[in-house]
Design a protein around this ligand. Sequence first.
Ligand SMILES: [Fe+2]
Length: 196
Amino acid sequence: METESLRELYIEELKDLYSAEKQLVRALPKMAKNATNPQLQEAFTNHLAETEGHVARLEEIFESLESSPRGKKCVGMEGLIEEANELLEEHDEEDVLDAGLISKAQHVEHYEMAGYGTVRSWAQILGEAHHAELLQQTLEEEENADKLLTQIAESAVNIEAETGDDDEEEEEKPVKSSRGGQRASYGGSSRKKASR
Ligand SMILES: [Fe+2]
């Protein structure tokens, strides 16, 4: 009984992720086009190819469930993409826009990571070992995409956005953080600002 309802919830969540990934496939080319940092542009383009792979993995799972992935709209992803579009309309200073795009993309990655972590665990409980494996692969790609965005932000984009000058020498190397959210670099730059 309980497993039945968890299975239903599992399928609903998978449909939600499918909708999220499909929306992202449509949104990423615009983000890549608007990014000016070449590393960031490449990261978006590569993640588009990965995202198509995420769609394919979900389709494989639905095939094995003999069910359709369609019929649900992920409003969470819709909102995150809407925020990215607002950013593009409101900012046109290139370095600042890059920093903003990274932030929006990291919100997307964390949202997906939460979803994939959940369905991966549910797949294990439901005895769907192969699904769990596929979902884990996608989860790891989302985590790597997130880490790469942190790296790009901390090595160049945040600094350029703050100085407003691409050629200026870096005065202070930001501390590397192991996960997303760029916490370490916020600490670094606020210390820099404190010395008026
Ligand atoms: Fe994805």
